[in-house]
Design a protein around this ligand. Structure first.
Ligand SMILES: [Ca+2]
Length: 243
């Protein structure tokens, strides 16, 4: 068999698509109609409403104000020791990125839905993660991620992780897995005043492949095939004898 035949038999490489993030604006890069132009802090500058910079669909349930921090790796924007020079998403220096600070101890949450796999109601495995950093030259802050039942911050806690002492020079990423039955849940991030938050992700393991439905074979199919073969043979012999 030649090389082309071998190549044709080889299974095509499947592109590895990362699981979708069920959270929207998990990295705080969805900017308002009037985007921030200021390096560093962005909170009480009009026309943004009271409560700080919009971070929809995140909901802030406590904390004085949201503060969308803009950084670019110290290329044109030097935030000093107020927080990391880059956000938690690892973009190259020179790219303007953002992370979230709250002007006080605070809590933000976002709801998400775990869909059932086809024909199944068993729990699915969710991966969740998020990153915290310190502020103002210190490492005194604490950040906590919780996955809770329902929409809001008061539901039963399904999973929880905390980080204390995150540096202002980099990010501490928390991650874990949790089994979640189909339904509504919330990702809740709680962090103290000298702490920043970024890069929140919730994703689900893919549903198992559904085997194809078996093809019904008529009971008389073997006889039909045999008769067709006999017919072809008879025609061939007849043409040969005439030739
Ligand atoms: Ca970000």
């Amino acid at each position: 068999m030649h090389a082309l035949g071998l190549a044709a038999l080889a299974a095509p490489a499947l592109a590895q698509t990362p699981p979708a993030n069920l959270l929207v604006n998990g990295g705080f890069e969805v900017l308002a109609a009037t985007p921030p132009t200021t390096c560093g802090n962005n909170y009480t500058v009009p026309p943004w409403p009271a409560g700080g910079y919009p971070i929809s669909p995140w909901v802030m349930t406590s904390g004085n104000s949201t503060n969308l921090v803009a950084v670019d790796g110290n290329v044109t924007c030097n935030y000093g020791n107020s927080g990391p020079a880059t956000d938690a998403e690892g973009t190259p220096a020179g790219t303007r990125q953002h992370y979230l600070d709250l002007l006080a101890d605070g809590v933000v949450y976002q709801g998400f839905t775990v869909a059932a796999c086809p024909g199944s109601t068993v729990p699915r495995t969710a991966q969740y993660s998020g990153a915290f950093s310190g502020r103002d030259g210190g490492a005194a802050g604490t950040g906590t991620i919780q996955i809770v039942q329902g929409t809001g911050v008061g539901g039963a806690v399904m999973a929880s992780q905390s980080a204390t002492g995150a540096s202002y020079q980099g990010w501490t990423t928390l991650s874990g897995t949790v089994a979640l039955a189909p339904g509504d849940y919330s990702y809740v991030s709680t962090f103290t005043n000298p702490t920043n938050f970024d890069n929140a992700v919730v994703s689900l393991t893919p549903c198992p492949a559904v085997p194809p439905a078996p093809v019904a074979v008529p009971a008389n199919a073997p006889w039909a095939l045999l008769l067709a073969a006999l017919g072809v043979g008879w025609l061939a012999r007849r043409r040969f004898s005439r030739g």
